[in-house]
Design a protein around this ligand. Structure first.
Ligand code: HEM
Length: 504
């Protein structure tokens, strides 16, 4: 009997070893092109299964520093690199001319699988979707965000910028504060009003809960993004994080769903135009009502939620970090204040649409902030069919990485890359640089559709804020430690001291 069992165990073990070997051989055989093509690219030593991930082991906050070390090793190399993310081959393009070709390639417009994590929240919204449906929907949404729409929002931009500066008045000369929650409140209100047609009500439990939920959503997305073992859905579903995410999703979906229903009611009763502005949701309702085959309810919902989430966090990061930068570099703040004094004259006043088109130094400061904290620090694409970029063969199944954060700090294109230095955007400096050495809004086929909206809103906010306040902050840019997640943020928040600006 013992002999029989021993024999059986022996056979089972043999079978398991044999099957594993067959599977490994099959796996290697089906990926032979991937391995062969990967030899074209320079990279660091990669272990089987974990690839180069060992280089990223440690605290989440240190990932950016570790990636910086990787790029430093290949400083000045003008060819694509490779990084094995586990068994996934990532080909890294840092040459702006090649990046431009990728961004404009229809074949390379599919987002990498990692974006599926966002799909739990925003489904098939424009950021995560691909394919024919995506293209059809983009054609409907982009024209809504035209200049007429943006001009019509002027009062909304101004109202919440002014409210924010009034709220901040109390904190003048009161020591250090994190300015981000105030600025987040401003842009959350602006985007709620402009996109959903909903004025955020301080007293409303639903509105307050939605604000908290949105903040937590970003946190949940990040938590999962930076933990690769939580990426497979079947593992994630078993965690308490997934349960919490479901709760958040249900509440947020109910909140946005209510705004969708209200918009349809307005459309059906013909009262849409009675509002102070026509919000984006009402324009979309109108388009879809005229052509019901354009998109179903689910897509409609996903697009609205995507646009909402794509806006308020991005605007908050840029405006908050610009305040910190101006605090750290008083010489540029003074130059900007001088421009504002020259332009606005004797006394501060509300900035008009006309005003903001005549403040070139403010524009340079915003651009420089977008350089140092690019909202999309690494753009990721999936290679769905074999293709070539400048003679480099790209195998199906690999991914493409465009490390915007590092291109924005590449000494070949930036005179003073490690500091906040608005002169990077003087016309002669811009002329001497390849266009895609700077891509805060990405570009090409998957480029940001909110660029003009953001520029106008940011300028009105900053012109309002800087006429009232002077900011101070400790240190310089190299002293700030950033973390990379869905975006880039300073680990220690946005600490500044504010005081009333002496205008004369
Ligand atoms: C300072 C503000 C903003 C910055 C820096 C920014 C940046 C970006 C970047 C880098 C991408 C490409 C992401 C990727 O390929 O992974 C993107 C895409 C996108 N952004 Fe923005 N964004 C900003 C504001 C906005 C606003 C206000 C809206 C809404 C009106 C918006 C809507 C979108 C959408 C829908 C996409 C996806 C486009 C597509 O894939 O076709 N963004 N944005």
């Amino acid at each position: 009997m013992i002999n029989y069992l021993y024999n059986l165990m022996y056979r089972i073990t043999g079978f398991l070893i044999f099957s594993t070997l067959v599977y490994i051989m099959y796996y290697i055989f089906t990926r032979r092109k991937l391995y062969a093509y990967s030899k074209q690219f320079l990279g660091e030593f990669a272990f089987p299964l974990i690839g180069n991930c060992y280089m990223l082991i440690g605290k989440n906050e240190d990932v950016l520093i570790k990636l910086a070390k990787f790029f430093k090793k290949f400083d000045g190399v003008n060819q694509p690199l490779k990084f094995w993310l586990g068994s996934k081959l990532c080909i890294i393009f840092t040459n702006p001319h090649q990046v431009e070709k990728i961004l404009f390639s229809q074949k390379l417009s599919h987002k990498m699988e990692i974006y599926d994590i966002l799909k739990r929240f925003v489904g098939e919204g424009l950021i995560t979707a691909s394919g024919a449906e995506y293209r059809r929907h983009k054609k409907i949404i982009v024209p809504i965000l035209d200049l007429n729409f943006i001009n019509s929002l002027y009062d909304v931009f101004l109202k919440y910028s002014q409210k924010c500066t009034e709220d901040l008045m109390f904190y003048c000369n009161k020591g250090t504060l994190d300015i981000e929650p105030f600025i987040h409140d401003c842009f959350l209100r602006t985007v709620s009003h402009a996109f959903l047609g909903k004025e955020y009500d301080e007293e409303s439990k639903d509105d307050h809960q939605f604000k908290l939920d949105v903040i937590e959503i970003y946190d949940k997305i990040l938590t999962r993004l930076i933990r690769p073992w939580l990426h497979p859905d079947f593992i994630y579903q078993m965690t308490s994080l997934a349960k919490r995410e479901d709760e958040l999703m249900q509440r947020c979906h109910a909140y946005i769903g209510k705004a969708v229903i209200e918009s349809w009611r307005r459309f059906q009763s013909g009262t849409a135009s009675n509002k102070d502005i026509i919000p984006l949701i009402d324009f979309l309702t109108e388009r879809v009502a005229e052509h019901p085959d354009l998109m179903n309810e689910k897509f409609f919902f996903d697009h609205i939620f995507t646009l909402f989430l794509a806006s308020e966090d991005t605007l908050t990061i840029i405006a908050s970090f610009l305040c910190v930068c101006l605090g750290m570099y008083p010489e540029y703040q003074e130059k900007l204040a001088e421009e504002l004094r020259r332009h606005f004259g004797e006394t501060p006043r509300a900035a008009s649409m006309e005003d903001i088109s005549r403040l070139p130094y403010l524009e340079m400061c915003i651009k420089e902030t977008l350089r140092v904290v690019p909202i999309g620090p690494i753009l990721l694409r999936k290679i769905t069919e074999e293709c070539e970029i400048d003679g480099w063969k790209l195998p199906e199944g690999a991914s493409l990485l465009m490390p915007v954060y590092f291109i924005h700090r590449d000494r070949r294109y930036w005179q003073n890359p490690d500091h906040f230095y608005p002169d990077h955007f003087l016309p002669e400096a811009v002329k001497g640089r390849p266009t895609y050495a700077y891509m805060p809004f990405s570009g090409g086929i998957r480029g940001c559709i909110g660029k003009v909206f953001s520029n106008v809103n940011l300028k009105i906010f900053m012109a309002t804020f800087l006429q009232r306040f002077e900011v101070e902050a400790d240190g310089k840019l190299p002293d700030i430690k950033f973390k990379i997640d869905i975006s880039v943020r300073p680990i220690n928040g946005y600490k500044v001291r504010i005081k009333k600006r002496q205008w004369k």
